[in-house]
Every structure is written in structure tokens, then in C-alpha cells.
Write a protein that binds this ligand. Structure first.
Ligand SMILES: *Cc1c(COP(=O)(O)O)cnc(C)c1O
Length: 449
């Protein structure tokens, strides 16, 4: 009989491996202000072979044995091993479809294009993957007697939706700070409906971030932004899931949109762990895609990451990544340097049209996914991504959260954008002949013309 494994993980400064904290400590940064990361005792994890991990994960997929059926909690030992299952707050995250974009890929001249549909989830964005971990840890800490009166976040819309839902499910008070008028109606109504305390502030995301940091420091409210590295642990499962969905074959490229840059760091962290534990023998190249209007990482990339300067992000249809001073910049740069990273940017017109082209082949993309699609299209055109290579684009949210921009695109009312493939509804009186003539004309023109 082998002894029962003792999994251990802790917070560690990304600057100093000797600066460590337990995961139930209320701490977000190291003494020099560096971000923390969750580190797992890999020697303990290595006591299970790569093949055994693979078969354990396979066995757990979609089972009813709570919480292991969740895409995140099926990998509990790699995510947050030391919490009671009773304290896990899960909505069955992960297990999102990896969609073969056959027709879209054909149009671009690549055959192996896949979209990881992270938006097909409880609150409609990948933020659920991280929030299940953070809120579960809060529930665990409260059960261990920690004083946490509430959990708060600044948000461009999706973080607040996820926090509000998970906190409501757990019965924990949630507070969200949104930039007034800068999130979609769907994103605003989610925390409102879930009973969070919702503040709409006259500032941008970076301004909301300043407020929530101050509140978490001075008033003991627990911080749920991705500066809190617990979220990264859940989000890192996306790369693991992709590889698992290909029977542990590693793709050549993963393209992901980036704003605060937690998610690109998380993606890389998942690949690193699989590599370290021998489940894969290489890792993909990572492309981080930014909107031209909010491109501080791109500007730094153009200077080989020698310098980084925060910018004032300008307005973009990709509202969730309208961020000029990304919290996870250091982690992101390190992730890209480890994984042959590229940063590409896209204009508003490129974003909108890439979204629309994808939609025409059956997708329903959010504008942030559009940023990634536009970046991918550019890299295919330039030959950086070669024809035979396998490409995964991470779709970060469901298009239904962002219908306002699609409506404007198809009505040709999107500011500064000349819609290439608008498809507005045809308004006609309810008369058979008129309808028939127009219908036959449209069929001919669109599909046989
Ligand atoms: C949060 C978010 C992003 C950006 O993720 P970061 O970790 O901030 O880089 C992209 N797309 C959507 C839909 C998001 O909600």
C-alpha cells in the first residue's frame, strides 16, 4: 500500500521564492508589491504517473460525484487540493466545447482551426473558471473562522457577473465596481439580478481597480480581481482541457485576447504544469491579441519587452479588454517569453469584421474573441501560422452578452467601422408576392450569384 499523498500548495512571490504565504492568508502581493502565484508541491504530484493523472481526469469527466464532474474540480489536486469538498462552490464549470471551425478555417486556408468556447458557461465567460476557485476558498476561510465580511471586484463586466453568481450561490455578500456606461446591458444586469451591491463609477476600469484595491487594503473586504492569484488556478485548466480534448496531443498555436493579462498567464501556467509532470512533451506557441485602442502589451512586445509603459486605454468595442495598466503584466511577459509568444493587435474594423466572418460560419462571437480571430487571421495571412498547423482560438465570452455591438454592426451604425458583411433584417409589408419576390432575389444573390 502506498501512503496517502499529502498535496500542498501555497502563495509565493513571483520575485522571491522564499517569500511564501498559506492559501488561507488574506494577502495579494509580496512585500515589494510583486504579484503572488500559487505554487504546488510538484514532488508530491509526481508520485502519480502522467498516465495515472490522465486516466483519473478521464474517469472524473462529467461524473455526479461532487465536485469532480466540473472541468476545474476534476483537477482538484492541481488546483486547490486542501479544501473541503463541502466548501466548493461549483456551477459545473469547464468542459466547454472545442468547436472545429471547418468553414471559417477553409475561408482562411487553414484546415485545423478550433475555437474553445469558454463562453458556454453559467455566467457566459471564462471568468467562471477562476471564480469558482476564489469563492470556494473564501467559503473555506470563513468556515475556518476568518473574518471576511464581503468579496469585491472591479470589473469590465464579466468578472463582476461571475463573482456575483458564485457569491450568491454561496450566500456571501458581493460588491462590484463598474465603469459607468462602459459595460453591456447584459453584463450590468447580471450582478444586479444576483443581488450584488453594484456601484457604477464615473471612471474607467483602471479607476475602478484603484478604488477596490484601497477598499480591500483599508476595509478588510476580500479582493476578487485576478491580482488575487487564486483565480489563475482555475483559469489555467483551460489549456489542460484543450490538450485533453485532443487525447493529449499538443496544438501548435493558442490565440487568446488579453486585457488585464491574467488569462494569458493562466493559459501558460496550465501548459507548464502538464509539461513538468510529463503529461506532454512540448508546449504550444501562445499569441496574445490586443485591441489597438488598448495595446500596452503590444507596444512593449514591439520593443522586445525591454520596457513596459502603462497607457490610457481608448474606447473599443472589446470593452472587457479596455485596460491600459494590466495587473498581470510581469506574469504575461514571462509566459510569452517561455512559450515563443507573439503579441498582435487589431483595429476596430478588423475586430468587427472578424467577428462577423466567424458568425457567418455558425459561431456567435463576442468582440474580444473577435480580437483574437482578427489577430489569428493576420498571422495566417503573413505566413507566421503555417497552413498545416493546428490553431486554437480561445473564445472568452458568449456573444449573447454583447448583442448591442452586433446590432450596430449589422445596421451599419458602428462608429468608425464600415461593416463588410452586414445582414440587416429586411422590412416589408406582409404581402405574399412582395415577400416571395424579395426572398427569391436574396437566395439567388447570396448563394448562387
Ligand atoms: C476578462 C476578459 C478578457 C481578458 O482577460 P484578462 O485576464 O483580463 O486578460 C477577455 N475577454 C473577456 C470576454 C473577458 O471577460
Amino acid at each position: 500500500m502506498s501512503e496517502k499523498p499529502f498535496y500542498h500548495s501555497w502563495f509565493q512571490s513571483i520575485h522571491d521564492p522564499n517569500e511564501r504565504f498559506e492559501l488561507d492568508e488574506i494577502v495579494y502581493q509580496a512585500s515589494d508589491g510583486a504579484l503572488l502565484e500559487v505554487v504546488h508541491d510538484k514532488d508530491e504530484l509526481r508520485k502519480t504517473s502522467a498516465e495515472d493523472w490522465k486516466s483519473l481526469f478521464r474517469q472524473r469527466n462529467l461524473v455526479n460525484d461532487f465536485p469532480y464532474g466540473s472541468g476545474v474540480w476534476g483537477k482538484k489536486e492541481w488546483v486547490l487540493p486542501n479544501i473541503a469538498n463541502d466548501n466548493v462552490v461549483s456551477m459545473f464549470e469547464g468542459h466547454t466545447n472545442l468547436y472545429w471551425a471547418e468553414r471559417y478555417g477553409e475561408e482562411l486556408g487553414i484546415a485545423d482551426l478550433w475555437i474553445k468556447q469558454c463562453g458556454n458557461t453559467h455566467t457566459g465567460s471564462f471568468k467562471d473558471l477562476g471564480m469558482t476557485v476564489l469563492v470556494s476558498m473564501v467559503k473555506e476561510m470563513i468556515s475556518r473562522g476568518k473574518n471576511i465580511p464581503a468579496v469585491a471586484c472591479a470589473s469590465t463586466g464579466d468578472t463582476s457577473a461571475a463573482l456575483s453568481a458564485y457569491a450568491a450561490a454561496a450566500g456571501i455578500p458581493a460588491i462590484v465596481f463598474l465603469p459607468r456606461g462602459k459595460v453591456s446591458v447584459a453584463q450590468l444586469i447580471q450582478p444586479v439580478a444576483n443581488g450584488a451591491i453594484v456601484f457604477a463609477l464615473d471612471t474607467d476600469f483602471d479607476g475602478c481597480m484603484e478604488i477596490v484595491k484601497e477598499i480591500s487594503q483599508k476595509d478588510g473586504i476580500y479582493l476578487a480581481n485576478s491580482m488575487n492569484s487564486l483565480r489563475i488556478e482555475g483559469q489555467k485548466t483551460v489549456g489542460i482541457e484543450i490538450v485533453e480534448q485532443f487525447d493529449w496531443e499538443v496544438p501548435d498555436w493558442v490565440v487568446i485576447p488579453g486585457g488585464n493579462l491574467g488569462n494569458v498567464s493562466a493559459l501558460a501556467k496550465g501548459f507548464d504544469l502538464m509539461f513538468d509532470l510529463g503529461l506532454i512533451d512540448r508546449t504550444p506557441r501562445i499569441v496574445c491579441a490586443q485591441a489597438e485602442s488598448a495595446n500596452p502589451l503590444y507596444l512593449s512586445y514591439r520593443k522586445d519587452f525591454r520596457v513596459f509603459e502603462p497607457i490610457a486605454a481608448r474606447s473599443t468595442i472589446a470593452t472587457a479588454i479596455q485596460i491600459g495598466n494590466p495587473v498581470s503584466i510581469e506574469k504575461a511577459i514571462s509566459a510569452l517569453q517561455r512559450h515563443g509568444g507573439i503579441v498582435e493587435q487589431a483595429s476596430e474594423a478588423e475586430i468587427a469584421d472578424a467577428c462577423a466572418r466567424g458568425d457567418r460560419t455558425g459561431l456567435f462571437n463576442c468582440p474580444h474573441t473577435g480580437v483574437a480571430l482578427a489577430a489569428m487571421e493576420k498571422l495566417v495571412k503573413s505566413g507566421t501560422i503555417a497552413k498545416g498547423e493546428r490553431v486554437i482560438v480561445i473564445s472568452t465570452a458568449h456573444g449573447l452578452k454583447f448583442v448591442d455591438f452586433k446590432v450596430r454592426y449589422h445596421q451599419m451604425e458602428l462608429e468608425g467601422v464600415e461593416s463588410q458583411i452586414p445582414n440587416p433584417p429586411i422590412e416589408l409589408p406582409a404581402k405574399y408576392e412582395k415577400v416571395r419576390d424579395e426572398m427569391l432575389r436574396q437566395i439567388e444573390q447570396r448563394f448562387y450569384g
